[in-house]
Design a binder for this molecule. Structure first.
Ligand code: PLP
Length: 411
């Protein structure tokens, strides 16, 4: 007997490429030491000494929790205090006009999963951009859906609104429901943020969807709080707060990066519905899915976030630490881009965030060559991803030329 699992048509790879890339980097670090290795594989923020950034203010609250704050079961849709607090975190000073409903989830991953389960049918295609976070494909496959993508950029490097329009219209000809996932601002893996013009074009396409077809627009905002000025990166909110009744915007807002709570598993899905009925239904269907998949989400991080938002000085401390981390990250991204331009290394259009993407024909070969130089990056289908979040600004400055020369050696 070699297999007991029911694969049900899902393609389940034997080796996880992400895990393999991290493993190789860690092996090199134990052999040569942190200073001589560039490990830009990891999707979490590290300081210049290679230590995970954990906000002291958040840590302080976590450590002050009483047993009942983390041990007791919490409500399936999240604690009332967390649900209020996360609205403030997600929207900042913007006040939504639509009918909102919040469902807490164990991570943004779970918010994307619930949205796909409840707003598409088995067999449907889920639309996202060509450069996208690989788990979208796994989540869709695990739910017996698949991914269709639109080309993210046109030949001039602009967000490809024409292909977005074409793919939306193509899919809704054959499907009653369509889930569209847009990862912005500061997309993983490209670092691109949709501009206001991009947003107006997205709105125009969605305005043209026939009213009998239903579209859930899932905005994966996992990196929003590292994408630039907190007010400016939220300027698109009025656009999604003013769509037609057959379009349901859902924000997947994660605490993983925003509060440095990656492993605590905390996020929220928030809808901007046209009617109270649709908002209420959102709470009902997503709570049902949560109950079936993980029951209630972890209580400790919800308690932490509630306390942060009920104490002005604590919130100010968290925001100050985040601003410092964000500035460090923005400097690293700029440093990488500057050096890439100087040495002629091509990157996919980048705005801000944890990652920069370098397109190439044979990512596996390039990564092998780079590993000889103790440089470790993440493979994608058409390129390699550099986590500027994981390496110092000095390493960000050195890396473009190392990648460029490795590419040249392969030619
Ligand atoms: N979306 C994107 C694009 C991500 O890169 C991540 C994390 O890496 C997530 C969502 C979800 O993260 P989490 O489930 O930790 O909130």
């Amino acid at each position: 007997m070699k297999s007991m699992a029911a694969y049900n048509g899902r393609e389940i790879p034997k080796e996880d490429k992400v895990f393999a890339a991290c493993q190789k980097a860690n092996d090199a670090i134990s052999r040569y030491g942190k200073a001589d290795v560039i490990n830009a594989t990891v999707g979490a923020l590290y300081d210049d000494e290679g230590e995970l950034v954990v906000f002291k203010s958040v840590d302080k609250v976590m450590r002050s929790l009483e047993p009942k704050d983390y041990a007791a079961y919490g409500p399936i849709a999240g604690t009332p205090g967390f649900r209020d607090a996360v609205m403030k975190a997600a929207f900042g000073s913007y006040e939504p006009k639509s009918f909102t409903c919040v469902v807490a989830t164990p991570g943004g991953t779970a918010a994307v999963r619930n949205a796909i389960v409840n707003y598409s049918c088995p067999g449907d295609r889920i639309l996202t951009h060509s450069w996208h976070w690989a788990p979208y494909k796994s989540i869709a496959a695990d739910m017996y859906r698949s991914i269709e993508h639109f080309e993210m950029f046109d030949e001039e490097g602009r967000f490809n609104t024409a292909d977005f329009d074409y793919k939306v219209k193509k899919l809704i000809r054959n499907q009653e429901h369509l889930v569209v996932v847009l990862n912005t601002p500061a997309c993983n893996p490209t670092g691109y943020s949709l501009s206001m013009d991009d947003w107006y074009a997205v709105k125009k396409t969605l305005d043209e969807v026939p009213l009998e077809k239903k579209v859930a627009l899932v905005l994966d905002t996992a990196y929003i709080d590292y994408a630039g000025n907190p007010e400016e990166v939220r300027e698109f909110l009025p656009v999604i707060d003013n769509l037609r009744a057959n379009i349901l915007p859902i924000i997947a807002y994660s605490a993983s990066k925003t509060f440095t709570l990656y492993g605590a598993r905390c996020a929220a899905m928030i809808c901007l519905a046209h009617s109270p009925e649709v908002a209420e239904e959102f709470g009902m269907v997503n709570s049902f899915s949560s109950r079936a998949a993980w029951s209630n989400p972890p209580r400790a991080p919800q308690e932490v976030i509630e306390r942060i938002y009920s104490d002005e000085s604590l919130l100010a401390e968290v925001e100050a630490e985040r601003a410092e981390a964000r500035n460090m990250l923005l400097d690293r991204g700029r440093a990488f881009e500057e050096e890439a331009a100087k040495c002629g290394l091509k990157t996919v259009p980048f705005t801000a965030g944890f990652f920069v993407m370098v397109p190439c024909d044979d990512p596996d070969k390039l990564l092998d060559k780079l590993s000889e130089k103790n440089v470790f990056l993440m493979p994608f289908d058409d390129g390699v991803r550099v986590s500027v979040a994981a390496i110092s600004e000095a390493k960000c400055r050195k890396l473009p030329e190392i990648i460029r020369s490795a590419m040249e050696e392969l030619d």
